[in-house]
Design a protein around this ligand. Structure first.
Ligand code: ATP
Ligand code: MG
Length: 455
């Protein structure tokens, strides 16, 4: 099996130590799946018949993360491992977690796991896969299959509905027929899962290079309708064909998602997903121009996106990034006619690179005209060796030295000087000081002279 040397070596050491004390111990779950797929697992989980107390007595550095469920974190070298006692889950009452667990056999522990490909063990001492549930075959056939009765398994823990879609998308596997049917039948249950857990799954789906398949599976399963109804509302929202030959807003959004680079951030992916959600509610028909319009959809969409992301408990920073991108996505069409100062300020914002990428896929996902995009990337190159917003030539300290009292006028004056600087109208400090005199004739000329002489 392919495992990163040191991680696997240390994990094997842990397994050996448990074995030497008479316990059964295996690598378990996701790491076995990933290793069999030739992928580097992020972490190695270990399953054993030792109970948490026995595990604790064997390893000096442990943290009790879920001792009630038989899970300990063992620290070894620079690594951390979850070591869990083989268990079976008791009844699920809340669609989230079992009321109780009982320690049991490896086979029972495999059966409580979600999908067959996630339910295998690996014995690193014997170099053997221990497979009670047909995981290896499903992995070969690239299938996501619930372990046991799919409907029962999804009603125990509704998050598994989203996990099925996530694994199918990220691994590019099919969902086995009965499992898929159960996902579709139980999709509405996802509404009972906490917003944080739903968000984490959505972020994993949309941060993954296979995000397009993720969207399709979410949509086809009915899960999208529950977790992001604002996106399913884009279906059938017609657009003017001269600007959007591709079709309705959903088709446009989907196309844009397919044009993102594989490593696009979750913020960028969510900006794409939500950028036009203001369209269905702002749609109107312009009888004069005989075309569909979506007046103000950018602003309405930004407000809606804020609601969506707040509902899904995204961080304030992530919400601000996406909302700003959506609010600005129509400003790009004005960029070619912007005065240099306005353009520099627009491009100098921290959010600009993400917004430019949103603009690129917005164009490519519709009319295909990249003129503005190209103009902006050329400007970016031209600005590469200088700050887009250069350091100020005069500051508030200067205004005070010139005898002005701090107040709202201060900001206006400094902005006017910065504008002139960005427009190339003033090039150095003495020109900036002269402009100050024109802006505030009350400033005595000799004071300006005095400041100009200072270095
Ligand atoms: P990754 O960490 O790459 O997302 P993973 O398979 O390791 O994938 P985890 O969420 O880390 O997923 O869970 C570890 C293992 O625990 C899984 O492989 C699976 O066997 C089991 N598991 C996790 N979540 C559930 C669940 N909701 N229901 C049943 N079993 C689960
Ligand atoms: Mg994992």
């Amino acid at each position: 099996m392919l495992l990163s040397d040191s991680l696997s070596v240390v994990a094997t050491k842990l397994v050996r130590r448990l074995r030497e004390s008479g316990f059964v111990a295996y690598f378990a779950g996701g790491c076995v799946r990933d290793a069999l797929l030739g992928k580097e697992p992020k972490d190695v989980d270990i399953a054993t018949d030792a109970d948490p107390e026995q595990v604790q007595s064997l390893f000096p550095r442990t943290v009790a993360v879920g001792a009630k469920f038989g899970v300990l974190r063992v620290l070894e070298g620079s690594f951390e491992f979850e070591v869990a006692t083989f268990r079976s889950d008791g009844v699920y009452l809340d669609g989230r977690r079992p009321v109780s667990v009982t320690f049991s056999s490896p086979e029972e522990d495999a059966k409580r796991r979600d999908f067959t490909i996630n339910g295998m063990f690996y014995d690193p001492v014997e170099d053997k896969v221990v497979d009670f549930i047909g995981g290896k075959l499903d992995l070969e056939h690239r299938l996501i299959r619930a372990i046991g009765d799919p409907t029962a398994r999804f009603s125990e823990d509704h998050l598994r509905l989203l996990r099925a879609v996530r694994f199918a998308a990220s691994l590019d596997f099919e969902i086995e027929k009965a499992t898929w049917q159960a996902v579709r039948q139980n999709a509405c249950q996802i509404k009972t899962v906490s917003a944080e857990r739903v968000r984490d799954e959505l972020v994993k789906i949309f941060a993954d290079p296979h995000r397009l398949r993720g969207l399709d599976l979410l949509d086809q399963s009915g899960l999208l309708q529950v977790v992001l109804p604002e996106v399913t509302d884009l279906h059938g929202c017609e657009q003017p064909p001269q600007f959007h030959p591709e079709g309705d807003v959903y088709i446009h959004t989907r196309l844009m998602l397919s044009l993102l680079s594989p490593d696009a951030s979750p913020e960028l992916a969510f900006s794409v997903l939500l950028h036009d959600i203001g369209k269905p509610v702002t749609k109107s028909y312009d009888a004069v121009d005989q075309r569909i319009r979506f007046n103000g959809h950018d602003q309405v969409g930004a407000t809606m996106a804020k609601e969506v992301m707040t509902r899904l408990r995204f961080s304030n920073e992530q919400i601000a990034t996406v909302v700003e991108a959506i609010r600005n996505h129509m400003v790009f069409k004005d960029a070619p006619s912007m005065r240099p100062a306005k353009l520099r300020r627009f491009m100098g914002r921290e959010n600009f690179p993400l917004e430019l990428e949103l603009h690129r896929v917005d164009c490519l996902g519709s009319h295909g005209d990249l003129q503005t995009y190209e103009l902006l990337t050329e400007k970016q190159k031209a600005f590469e060796n200088e700050p887009i917003i250069p350091p100020p030539l005069v500051t508030g300290h200067d205004l005070i030295a010139l005898g002005l009292a701090p107040g709202p006028r201060f900001g206006e004056i400094l902005e006017a000087v910065q504008t002139a600087q960005l427009e190339g109208e003033v090039r150095d400090r003495s020109e900036a000081l002269r402009l100050l005199r024109r802006l505030e004739p009350a400033i005595p000329a000799d004071k300006i002279e005095e400041l100009s002489r200072e270095v």
